[in-house]
Design a binder for this molecule. Structure first.
Ligand code: IPE
Ligand code: IPE
Ligand code: MG
Length: 233
């Protein structure tokens, strides 16, 4: 893929995970309804995912819908789910063309049948590729941990850290080096609880629909200014 910006990450930054927050506030600030914020949010997700791969990342993860987001009004949930389905229809081919493996992390059984079908198709068609795009839908970190335990027990596997990591929704995906959360909130909101144990956390007040490639570069430069000690010296 052509990299117009000549900006590249190295082997110290393989995976960025995004908590895409602030769509509702973005819409409200413009006197619009919340769904308008989600529509804009999907466009930004599409662009940022492409930019991450242009920058040389091996994996990117986007938090699109949490297990707690079912508490929202049904119309808003419906909008988010149909935007995700539209994204799959629109972008599936280009992901395959760009050799990106698509994966949904989360409890897919809780999703609508048509959406599940689209997800399964794209996951199958892209499974041979190495670079990974994870989209977290109906995802909860605590659910994922319970799921991993159940999986290990049902497969009769020994419970150790290696097997546990592989039993998570993210399976063989490398842990996120950095988690970026937009819109000012400084919490994980049940995101990647196991995988984030040594992730660098980056918070910005920028609302997700306003998040630019320049904002991404700022986050990446901040990442490179940090020293990761992993408990050592
Ligand atoms: C993030 O934006 C998208 C989802 C959680 C689906 P929000 O919808 O949470 O936007 P705010 O936080 O209300 O502004
Ligand atoms: C986290 O955002 C979930 C997603 C981005 C999908 P929320 O807006 O749901 O998180 P809280 O409610 O502020 O913790
Ligand atoms: Mg929010």
């Amino acid at each position: 893929m052509e990299n117009k910006n000549n900006f590249k990450v190295d082997e110290n930054l393989k995976h960025i995970a995004f908590i895409m927050d602030g769509n509702g506030r973005w819409a409200k600030a413009r006197g619009m309804e919340r769904p308008e914020g989600h529509k804009e949010g999907v466009k930004v997700f599409e662009r940022v995912a492409n930019t991450c791969f242009e920058f040389g990342l091996e994996a990117v993860t986007f938090y699109a819908f949490s297990t707690e987001n079912w508490k929202r009004p049904p119309e808003e949930i419906q909008t988010i789910m149909s935007l995700l389905a539209m994204y799959l229809d629109k972008c599936g081919d280009s992901l395959i063309k760009n050799e990106v493996r698509f994966r949904v992390i989360g409890d897919k059984a809780g999703l609508d049948k048509d959406l599940r079908k689209k997800i399964k198709k794209l996951e199958n068609e892209s499974k041979q590729f190495k670079r990974t795009l994870n989209v977290a839908i109906n995802y909860g970190g605590r659910d994922e941990i319970v799921y991993a335990c159940q999986r290990l027990v049902s497969e009769g596997k020994e419970i150790n850290k290696e097997n546990f990591s592989l039993a998570l929704y993210t399976e063989d995906c490398v842990d996120p080096d950095m988690i970026i959360r937009t819109a000012g909130e400084r919490r994980l909101s049940n995101f990647l609880l196991w995988q984030s144990s040594y992730s660098e956390l980056y918070f910005t007040d920028v609302l997700w629909p306003d998040f630019t490639d320049e904002d991404l570069k700022l986050a990446i430069n901040d990442f490179y200014s940090r020293r990761r000690r992993y408990g050592g010296l």
